[in-house]
Design a protein around this ligand. Sequence first.
Ligand code: 6PG
Length: 245
Amino acid sequence: MSSLPIYKAVRTVLPGEEVAARLAALVASDLRQAIAERGRARIVLAGGSTFSEAYQLLANLPDIDWSRVTVLFGDERCIPPTNPDSNFHLADIAFLFQVHPGHIVRMEGEVPPEEGAYRYLEMLYTLGNRELPIFDLVLLGMGPDGHTASVFRGSLKRALQTGAAVIITEPEVTGPPVTRLTMTPALLNRARHTVIAVRGEEKAGAVAELYGRRGDRLPAAHIAAALGPTDLILDQAAASQLPAQ
Ligand code: 6PG
């Protein structure tokens, strides 16, 4: 299945304690480049603990003109933004104070999911001036089952086959059993640069499975930037079942 998008990703294996700083450096570099080249930067954030430490570092990045940064979300739990399990909340307490409130394109977890999906799609088309936007940087994590954003194995076929850019899914793994809104791979891949970050021994099996005979069953295998590079940042534990590079 070497035709899977994930095969495009450049793998980097780091000690676990270096992952957050590497992610923050990648974000800073892309924001600066996008602002220099296009006068603005659009970044799609992931949820989860892998990025929470990196988001803390974004609060103190030097030389970033945050007034030119637009923040979007790859997925969200259908809960209020003040709920600690909200992906918005994770970013908000870390660094969103730097971003102009009008440049935060938040998935509204507090409204009924169907309404939230429709309204996010409207926000996307407004941002893209009647087209779906292109993102300068898309950040994604991966779960122990290979899910990414909130595209789970059980919703993968629908996520790949639907023409929709934002869909509603139900989690199939540990974690808050709440309904989710998620960008689909087709929308997530409208990126100039994609960074997938995976940390932890519990994900080593899924990381190896990405490159296995049935890697296509893992949602993360269908991710790669369509308009630029894709990085897969692994800590040594998550990479422990991969053959030596
Ligand atoms: C979420 C994320 C999800 C997350 C992975 C990895 O809403 O939780 O979008 O895709 O990135 O589950 O989570 P950890 O980084 O916490 O392992």
